[in-house]
Design a protein. Structure first.
Lengths: 295, 307
């Protein structure tokens, strides 16, 4: 099931719409159009704000939906030159890579063992691990502040590298268990019969076959680390150590003054890559979430 | 190794590996378990301990029983936060489920532009929530709100609404952003359930003369109910503890009218530095969350054939 897109449509499903196609068609297109507008509008608004001059932005008489003065790159220039935007992007990248490494190093062996070694209680352990994914950061940030402080990691990006895998590891184990279960046992056995050791069989046969799963788990960990807001908010305070999602929404606000043009530029430049990355492995993510119920 | 070789054909229960191999297997799981226990289990326990003490940033606390919880319940802001948390969770979850099912059906079936539409539709869910929330804050600006401009020009309202400055409108804004963000995910989960529907059952229902609504209510809903149920439980857990939207959009205002438990715990616990009280506020929902988690896991386990 995993390789197959969960949103792929079987031809037999046409029945749902076939009979009411003509009657429902206009309504359906109208509903989709309205929904598309509501979905996309905030992104359009970010985009057009990014390229507007301040005099155009802060005017009550202008049509806000289009340019009333020539477009400008001032907001992007301000973001790049007057804020630490590039530092924040770099911090986010380092944090993301660190979280991915920790997640994969810990989740791959665990997922493999739980999926393929027929350990007594493996299924229950898998579910227990998944349960920890449901513990929200809101319950943990106060005591974790103390833990991070005791470890001497307050106000460093390493606090996030350390803590964020607690969100990605449980889900990645769950995701990888699904992928590893789908590798036929015969292939691994054949390698063992041919004289490979167990670890050779794993590294040369099982992992290469499961690379889609490894990629999904890795990208999930990366996306999670970029989505995080609460942990960065409480663990990092200096401008130089903030990840991009926190830096943009805190450092472009000075007291009551919001630099809307640069705020939207930052939101767009930081947000779109994450959104595209996430979209790329969405099917695997949903497969993990709905585990088994779509079989 | 013999057990592995014989494992495929032999029923599961017979293929118990030798003890040494088993031990190796558990050793592979152990590092992940230790990591999660140390940074998730331990903080959770520490948080529960904090909530029973008068710990502040400056000093280690003494055990004071349930005093923090009693104090919280007497605090008018806490009551507001509790009320708002429940309202937001209930209204937003109802809206998300309704719209998710609707959107899933709209996207069902092959048509041109479907994959492009899907990419567009998931944008709200895939962009980091802090960044989309700040865009909404700008759209709800007190003076230059584009939402007001559009509504006025459509003739819906005569005069701009102070979206983030009046209690009801601010609650609406929080719920709207939260729903806007979550619907794509819900729709995709429902679509996953719909594509997995057994076609023969549906065809049988149609042959038997069931109309569209009957097929929806009697056949489709019961078939996708488990997956829908899991989605609802997940969503409730995350909505009850959500903080980012309120923190960035309204800051809990105007005057705590959109305050929620998570954001209030943050205010009390971090800048206010009252760790004990903050932990108590954060953990107030724990029994409810525990119940939801157990329900979700039981549903998943049943579908996995474990329980």
């Amino acid at each position: 099931m995993i390789a197959e897109s969960v949103t792929a449509v079987r031809p037999t499903q046409g029945w749902l719409w076939a009979r009411h196609w003509r009657r429902g068609r206009v309504l359906r297109i109208a509903a989709l159009a309205v929904y598309t507008l509501i979905t996309v509008f905030p992104f359009y608004w970010m985009l057009i704000t990014t390229f507007k001059q301040n005099s155009d932005l802060y005017s009550e008489t202008n049509n806000p939906l289009w340019f009333n003065a020539p477009p400008t790159l001032d907001n992007i220039q301000y973001l790049l030159e007057q804020t630490r935007f590039l530092t924040w992007m770099w911090n986010s990248l380092i944090i993301g890579v660190g979280v991915v490494i920790i997640t994969l190093v810990l989740a791959v062996p665990a997922g493999y063992a739980l999926a393929r070694l027929r350990l007594p209680g493996a299924e229950q352990m898998g579910i227990a691990i998944f349960a920890t994914y449901l513990v929200p950061p809101t319950l943990l940030f106060i005591p974790l502040t103390r833990v991070v402080h005791v470890l001497g990691l307050s106000n460093t990006i390493w606090s996030l590298v350390l803590v964020l895998p607690t969100i990605s590891i449980p889900f990645s184990i769950w995701l990888l268990m699904g992928f590893f279960k789908n590798v036929p046992f015969e292939i691994e056995e054949a390698a063992l019969v041919d004289g490979a050791t167990r670890s050779q069989a794993v590294f040369q046969v099982v992992l290469p076959i499961s690379r889609a799963g490894l990629a999904a788990a890795g990208m999930f960990a990366f996306a999670i680390s970029l989505q995080a807001f609460l942990y960065p908010l409480v663990f990092t305070s200096s401008t130089a150590v903030k990840p991009v999602t926190l830096g943009v929404v805190t450092d472009l606000v000075r007291g009551d003054l919001f630099y809307w043009g640069s705020l939207m530029a930052g939101a767009l430049l930081a947000g779109l890559p994450v959104a595209i990355l996430f979209n790329y492995f969405l099917d695997d993510f949903v497969e993990g979430i709905t585990a088994g119920s779509t079989k | 190794m013999a057990t592995l070789a014989s494992g495929v054909a032999v029923p599961r229960t017979l293929a118990v590996p030798r003890r040494a191999a088993q031990l190796k297997g558990y050793v592979l799981v152990l590092p992940a378990v230790i990591y999660v226990l140390a940074l998730l289990g331990f903080p959770l326990a520490l948080g529960i301990w904090y909530s029973l003490t008068d710990t502040t940033v400056a000093r280690d606390g003494h055990f004071i029983g349930l005093k923090n919880f009693v104090d919280a319940l007497r605090d008018p802001t806490f009551k507001l936060a509790l009320r708002n948390t429940l309202i937001i969770a209930l209204v937003a979850t109802a809206a998300k489920i309704t719209l998710s099912v609707g959107l899933a059906f709209l996207l069902l079936g092959a048509f041109r532009g479907r994959s492009l539409l899907r990419t567009l539709f998931v944008l709200p869910w895939t962009i980091p929530v802090a960044l989309s929330t700040i865009a909404w804050k700008w759209m709800f600006h007190s003076q230059f709100s584009v939402v007001n401009w559009i509504l006025i020009h459509l003739g819906v309202i005569d005069q701009g609404i102070q979206w983030l400055g009046t209690p009801v409108a601010a609650m609406f804004a929080v719920i709207l952003v939260s729903t806007w963000r979550a619907v794509p995910f819900g729709a995709i989960v429902v679509m996953a359930g719909l594509t997995a529907l057994p076609a023969d059952v549906l065809d049988a229902a149609r042959v038997d003369g069931a109309n569209w609504w009957q097929r929806f209510a009697r056949v489709i809903v019961p078939l996708i109910a488990p997956i829908l149920f899991i989605a609802i439980l997940f969503d409730l857990i995350f909505t009850l503890t959500e903080l980012t939207v309120v923190y960035l959009l309204t800051g809990g205002g105007p005057v705590d009218q959109t305050q929620v438990l998570a954001n209030y715990a943050l205010q009390v616990g971090v800048p206010g530095s009252e760790l004990g009280l903050g932990a108590a506020i954060a953990l107030f929902m724990l029994p409810v969350l525990l119940l939801l988690t157990i329900l979700a896991l039981r549903t998943i386990a049943r579908r996995e054939g474990v329980a």
